[in-house]
Design a protein around this ligand. Sequence first.
Ligand code: RNT
Ligand code: ZN
Length: 408
Amino acid sequence: MYSDAKKEYAAYGIDTEAAIASLRDIPVSIHCWQGDDVVGLDGGGALSGGIQTTGNYPGRARNFEELKADIKKAFSLMPGKKRLNLHASYAVGAEVDRDKYEPKHFAEWVKFAKELGLDGIDFNPTMFSHKNVKDGLTLSSPDESIRKFWVEHCKASIRIAEYFAREMQSHSCLNIWIPDGYKDVPADRLTPRLRLKKSLDEILKLNYDREKVIVAVESKVFGIGVESYTVGSNEFYQNYAAKNNICCLLDNGHYHPLEYVSDKIPALLAFYDKVALHVTRGVRWDSDHVVLFEDELKEIAKEIVRNNATDKVLIGLDYFDASINRLSAWVTGQRAMQKALLYALLINHEELKALQEKSDFTALMVKQEEYATLAFGTVWKEYLKREQMKEDYLTEIKEYEREVLSKR
Ligand code: RNT
Ligand code: ZN
């Protein structure tokens, strides 16, 4: 079947072997927080900040050892190049508060990432689920001691990201997301933004290696309980990032449902050397559903591939589902991302672009439709085989559920 598929694609001018080889090389950063419903290991408290996990599926990882075991199992079922995306709340054995976190609190994670042969570690300061989120505000807080605390936390996080980059010999994307906003109509939308700007300026004064640590800012349109106003909005961060030479992170659950991140990627590529992503699946709102192989994901992958931006777009996953087996959620989303990338790699973009340039929109439409029914599934299966993986990951996960998760 594969040799037939290979011929079918060759007729379109596509080399399936080259596509498989490229796919293997595109790193995807996998979030640690799918394993424990974003609870973390530092006892920060209940999940807050306008995000929520729903569901009560048994077997949640309750500590570092369980989380590591689950990551190890889930990663063993994910093909391709993998990075680990950590949140600061996953510090191990820290007896100090978040503003004082140090590389040593993450040394165990580095050891683990090396053991798994991962490509690198990305990082996020955790500015939610903590007593110092005062009245829902962090970096934009009018309370100076609160604002300072979170500035220090971000600086500490940059130092930790530098340590990851050094140890893993790969960049580390440091993504700043804050929950700050208001439930109802504010009286002043500017002052909190000016305070956020001041906080970011203070954080970036830190002398860090800009080659190794890629600082990104993640915007959002609204959160649960923060429906009327978000301090870190899209316009705010895009302007801040452009003026300060840092990176924007686009989470595709963070826009109006009719705005598409696939269209924003090339808009930003016209101005930025790097664009970071949180790939998720919004269902009506920022619901963080498990990523599936669907249209918008394909469009996102196409924009990455056809603009030769696989080293410019930093792909990270961000979803959390507690209503189904958490390992299955992890693997399904990561495989969906890989499928979308493969799908995009199996398109003759040069030919399609030429049709567009010639304004032959008739042929363009017909050709694009043809791609939808080529033997994509066969090439995907071949890729899995070469990665020494089966299409079926459910059987193994169910077995792990019986042997491990159900005993927790
Ligand atoms: C929240 C943001 C943010 C978080 C993670 C846990 O809406 O998407 O990225 O999901 O940092
Ligand atoms: Zn996100």
